[in-house]
Design a protein around this ligand. Structure first.
Ligand code: HEM
Ligand SMILES: *[C@@H]1O[C@H](CO)[C@@H](O)[C@H](O)[C@H]1NC(C)=O
Length: 479
């Protein structure tokens, strides 16, 4: 259904394109490459390569044929594919290139950090960055710990098999909601877990609001979530007026309302609600992909698992069984984080990003006309043997010396002014999760060579079922 709609839309766009065809100035030196069939271009070919997880070969074939700057056509726009660290730097830092979100995302998330631009974006970015900065994340560790333990007890302990991908999604949704909503988190997750799934699924869909399509379901889910969140936001606004400043509160609404009252931004309550949705969507599918693929890698890498276990057992040893993890504990999980970074290198949760040229620009002697898209894929440098020796090998020790990794070659969180504001949050969350999994369980993949697709986030085809075994708990100081 979605496919047919997409095809219909592309044909319509093709028709309009032929009607309005403009003559480009012939003095332009456009990048080499072909735009394929007008409008349709390489859209289906690229989407198929993502689906079959052969996108990296797809990019490399084009780069070998046309060089590191080439043109193609995706989703109805002429698009320049750029490859290499210098290109990444250009894409993430040049202010004539604006982050481009799909029309679906804009419809689904309203006025959020993911969709605003200009001065409004500046205000939202700085407020959201404040909320997610390391000093704040430090205050969230206890809550994260509590939610992770609760879910592991509920969904992992006592099972012979666990399907990792949906469990990791449940975990990361629970964690971000427990921070953003505070005491209403459990009720929100209970009521809206499926809605968040549908909203996430709709982001790359074709934005025509017809019931039962991916987008139609996403819009319905979005409206339901927005209604519930608005109720919470109004409640927070009410109690803030009644009780004055709840200075120690970490929920997103109280925080944003206080920032607003101090003049740091002029967002309305509706905008704050949209941004809560934006943060949850940004936080949840990405971190769950990291956790899922880290679990998968560790099942195949006994030496890495041993080293992580040593590090985590040592931390567990110094605590009582009921003590929550602290910021200090997390900062000692250095090797575990290297294994997480190696996971982000080999299976980046975000495969790439699009920018739009806001004026005519030039790159390495080629013109990129205003309105064209520019695209960079993370895997192009992540899996290039020029920057990572034996790039397909899983080897956390390559992160031992950060200086050996060239700037702008490892970009799982993007870069520049739109870089992921949730980097620290996802680091701490992932480490807390891995602490409890590694110290309590051992697991074996049910399908040793289970493949994954990019949908567009990496998704194991069977959801990564594993056989689970309880591990003898490590000795602790109070045992
Ligand atoms: C492993 C986990 C994560 C990965 C790999 C990741 C990756 C990314 C990337 C690549 C971007 C930038 C896209 C671009 O420039 O084109 C981004 C943006 C963003 N991320 Fe994350 N992210 C992760 C976790 C999180 C978490 C935990 C949060 C919130 C708590 C979050 C919130 C956001 C937001 C709000 C944006 C939009 C920023 C903007 O548009 O200015 N992310 N993320
Ligand atoms: C952005 O690119 C243009 C040329 O295409 C260049 O003139 C300009 O200096 C670049 N800006 C930055 C900040 O790199």
């Amino acid at each position: 259904m979605a496919f047919i709609l997409l095809l219909a839309a592309l044909l319509l766009a093709l028709f309009l394109h032929l009607l309005t065809k403009k003559h480009r100035r012939s003095t332009y030196t456009l990048p080499p490459g072909d735009l394929g069939i007008p409008v349709v271009g390489q859209t289906f070919s690229l989407l198929n390569s993502l689906r079959s997880n052969t996108d990296d070969q797809w990019f490399r074939t084009r780069i070998n044929k046309y060089g590191p700057v080439s043109k193609m056509s995706v989703l109805g726009s002429p698009t320049v594919l750029l490859a290499g660290p210098a290109a990444n730097r250009f894409i993430f830092t040049n202010n004539s290139l604006a982050l481009t979100q799909t029309r679906a995302l804009r419809a689904l998330l309203g006025r959020s950090i993911l969709t605003l631009n200009g001065d409004e974006l500046k205000q939202v970015r700085s407020a959201v960055q404040e909320y997610l900065r390391p000093e704040m994340v430090r205050r969230y560790v206890g809550k994260m710990d509590e939610e992770v333990r609760r879910q592991i007890k509920l969904n992992w302990v006592g099972r012979d098999t666990v399907t990792v991908f949906p469990m990791a999604r449940r975990l990361t949704l629970g964690v971000i909601c427990s921070i953003v909503f505070g005491q209403e988190a459990a009720a929100m997750v209970e009521a809206h877990a499926d809605d968040f799934q549908m909203l996430g699924d709709a982001i790359l869909s074709f934005p025509v609001n017809i019931p039962f399509t991916r987008f139609g379901k996403g819009m319905k889910a979005s409206a339901k979530i927005r209604k519930s969140i608005t109720r919470i936001a109004q409640k927070r606004e009410g109690s803030l007026l009644e009780e004055g400043r709840a200075a120690s509160s970490t929920d997103f609404f109280t925080y944003m309302l206080i920032l607003g009252s101090q003049g740091a931004h002029s967002l309305t309550l509706e905008d704050i609600v949209d941004n809560a949705m934006g943060i949850i969507i940004g936080a949840h599918g990405t971190t769950s992909a990291l956790i899922t693929f880290m679990i998968r890698h560790l099942a195949n890498e006994p030496d890495v698992l041993d080293k992580i276990t040593q590090e985590q057992d040592e931390i567990a040893y110094n605590k009582g069984t009921e003590d929550v993890l602290t910021w200090e504990d997390v900062s000692r999980m250095k090797y575990t984080w290297k294994a997480a970074m190696e996971t982000l290198r080999t299976v980046p949760p975000v495969f790439g990003s699009f920018r739009t040229a806001t004026k005519d620009i030039e790159y390495q002697g080629y013109h990129i006309p205003k309105g064209w898209k520019v695209f960079a894929a993370q895997s192009i440098t992540h899996l290039d043997s020029k920057f990572f020796n034996e790039p397909t090998k899983f080897d956390p020790s390559r992160f031992e010396k950060r200086s050996s990794i060239p700037p702008y070659s490892f970009l799982p969180f993007g870069g520049g002014s739109r870089m992921c504001p949730g980097t620290e949050f996802s680091r701490v969350e992932t480490l807390v999760v891995m602490h409890y999994l590694v110290t309590q369980f051992r697991w074996r993949l049910c399908f040793k060579d289970e493949t994954y697709t990019k949908d567009p986030k990496p998704t194991p085809v069977f959801g990564l079922p594993v056989e689970l075994e309880l591990r003898r708990p490590p000795a602790t100081a109070d045992a």
